[in-house]
Design a protein around this ligand. Structure first.
Ligand code: NCD
Length: 314
């Protein structure tokens, strides 16, 4: 049966261990060539802009000895421009590739594609719905930090700050942490969702889902961030492409800057899926608590491990 990765919950706890273990091996020895996917081809179908996700998937394919075909703007350069349906495009790509990495503007597009595909669909972000591979690399980053003894208090206190409502990375990561955090030895004291305006709040549906899944404090609100007691601050940019109306620019007090970072506990980490716009000041980069470029690096190793897991028959 063809295995798809449409949501962050499509891997179970045991598989996440396996994934992270393999990603660690790749990370420890980046110079050792791997040929586990020799002869395979991965198709990258991107209907939305991307820097990290697409380039890291392409680099991952290369490092595993496989090849890829990519369209960086499928809206313009695939037969979408002539009116072809997603189903037909995906069905055609199934004849040429062993997996399809798909990014799309529409919520649920990955699931729609999976119904028409004869090969694995990997969801690289569909609207404001899910971004599972980002969640895997985010969780890997937290897992590694925890394993190294970074968080002294045991139970994690996580502040999601930014446009939580429209962010697929927040949704995927929060669900993944709630469902599988414990499987990876990560217990959670609380998750707080906040932001400079109403879009800091996640939907009631997601809020209820999280509260029902895990016994933890969940808080949903707005206001300036209060970082003093957080182990992890996960920042997101305003997802302007998903806003119905224009919002005012981010005020200085709502920006994650050095003044904010120094209020965090020393062991805390600041995460961001990137790209950043005005919400996270570059002056924070030199602070040891800035971990967003570590996430970027982990993305390569985690995506290598995922492609291997899906495409190598055991
Ligand atoms: C994110 C996305 O596309 O959802 N970017 C990424 O893949 N790292 C976050 C964002 O665009 O804000």
């Amino acid at each position: 049966m063809v295995r798809h990765i449409l949501t962050a919950l499509d891997l179970n706890g045991k598989e996440l261990w396996k994934l992270f273990d393999r990603a660690r091996t790749f990370k420890r020895a980046p110079e050792i060539p791997v040929f586990s996917l020799l002869g395979k081809r991965v198709i990258m179908l991107f209907y939305e802009p991307s820097t990290r996700t697409r380039f890291s998937f392409e680099a991952a394919v290369d490092r595993l000895g496989a090849r890829f075909s990519a369209t960086e703007d499928a809206e313009q350069f695939s037969s979408f421009a002539k009116g072809e349906s997603l189903e037909d495009t995906v069905s055609v790509c199934s004849s040429y590739g062993d997996a399809i990495v798909l990014r799309h503007k529409v919520n649920g597009a990955a699931e729609q594609a999976a119904r028409a595909s004869r090969v694995s669909i990997i969801n690289a972000g569909d609207g404001s719905n899910e971004h599972p591979t980002q969640a895997f690399l985010d969780l890997f980053t937290i897992w590694e930090a925890s394993k190294s003894g970074r968080f002294p208090r045991g139970k994690l206190r996580i502040l999601f700050y930014g446009d939580n409502r429209h962010s697929r990375t927040v949704r995927s990561l929060a669900r993944l942490l709630a469902v599988h955090g414990e499987d990876l030895g990560l217990s959670i004291a609380w998750m707080k969702f906040s932001g400079p305006n109403e879009s800091g709040k996640i939907s009631d549906v997601l809020f209820q889902e999280l509260k029902c899944t895990r016994d933890m404090m969940c808080w949903n609100g707005t206001g300036d961030p209060e970082p003093e007691d957080a182990d992890i601050v996960y920042v997101t940019r305003p997802q302007v492409e998903r806003h119905a109306e224009e919002r005012p620019p981010i005020s200085e007090s709502a920006r994650i800057n050095l003044a904010f970072a120094v209020r965090l506990p020393e062991h805390a980490i600041i995460m961001h899926p990137l790209p950043r716009t005005g919400e996270l000041s570059p002056e924070v980069d030199k602070d040891e608590r800035a971990w967003y470029f570590k996430q970027v690096e982990n993305g390569l190793h985690v995506r290598m491990a995922l492609l291997e897991m899906l495409l190598v028959k055991n």
